[in-house]
Write a protein that binds this ligand. Structure first.
Ligand code: CA
Ligand code: CA
Length: 269
């Protein structure tokens, strides 16, 4: 058989040669595609990373801005809290001041009420040296030239003038007389010598305090711990104390003290 050049081996060689070229071409083409694809991917990666980086930077800037805004807000709230605290302290001080003023006004009001009878009873008067307070005339022997006396001797002195020892059976009376006593008080004098007898005793029955007109005591303005009957004390006196409603003490009736006389005003005629 004539070899037509297409023998198996020749054909194969030719065929293989043809295939080899084609395979090489194909290989080259694939390799180039891969390189293009790799380059494309790398380009895509760079672009992606750039975008990601840009996004991260934006996020970072947004976070920084949020943090700064939060700091500004916190600073503002701290200042507001300081203002509120200051305002609260100010309100507390003002409340204390108001309470002090209320007490002062209450005292002034009581003093005005005490003097009202002086206006209403303008046609009546007290003896020279006496004071008109709460519809009654009072005498306090404040002068050092007037000796202190026992409760009974003091009462006798009052009666000689048509009066008697004072009955301080209301807060207005106690406040008015206590103020007079405190205003004249000599601070160097011992407290036990600074009392003024009032018309109150418990000599008939221990602990049962009665005014000199026979009425029982309803509201007493005793100092802390009094009356204590410490030395057989059956007569009451009022003293110059800071609190006029804690001013009484029971003392021995023979103890020498000043006193308060009381009598009704005299009508002018
Ligand atoms: Ca007593
Ligand atoms: Ca006492």
């Amino acid at each position: 058989m004539e070899n037509t050049g297409t023998s198996d081996s020749g054909f194969d060689a030719s065929y293989k040669g043809f295939d080899q070229d084609s395979a090489d071409d194909h290989f080259v083409s694939d390799h180039q595609d891969s390189k293009v694809r790799d380059r494309y991917l790398r380009l895509n990666d760079v672009s992606y990373i750039k975008n990601e980086l840009s996004q991260l930077q934006d996020d970072y800037m947004t976070t920084i801005q949020s943090r700064d805004e939060a700091k500004t807000m916190l600073t503002r709230q701290i200042k507001q809290r300081e203002i509120i605290n200051w305002d609260l302290e100010h309100q507390k001080r003002r409340t204390r001041d108001y309470n002090a003023q209320i007490l002062k006004i209450q005292g002034a009001n009581a003093a005005i009420r005490a003097n009202l009878p002086l206006i209403e009873d303008g046609c009546k008067h007290c003896l020279p040296g006496w004071m008109l307070l709460n519809t009654m005339c009072y005498f306090l022997p404040l002068s050092d030239s007037i000796n202190r006396r026992s409760w009974q001797d003091a009462r006798t002195q009052c009666r000689r003038q048509g009066a008697d020892l004072a009955i301080l059976n209301s807060r207005e009376k106690q406040l008015s007389l206590s103020r007079q006593i405190s205003a004249q008080h000599d601070g160097s004098r011992q407290m036990y010598q600074s009392g003024f007898w009032i018309g109150l005793r418990d000599d008939e029955e221990e602990g049962h305090w009665k005014w000199r007109d026979g009425t029982s005591l309803v509201e007493g303005y005793w100092n802390e711990g009094e009356p204590n009957d410490e030395l057989g004390e059956d007569c009451a006196a009022t003293y110059p104390r800071d609190n006029p409603f804690h001013a009484w003490n029971d003392a021995p009736c023979g103890h020498p003290l000043k006193w308060i006389c009381e009598m009704r005003p005299i009508s002018r005629s």
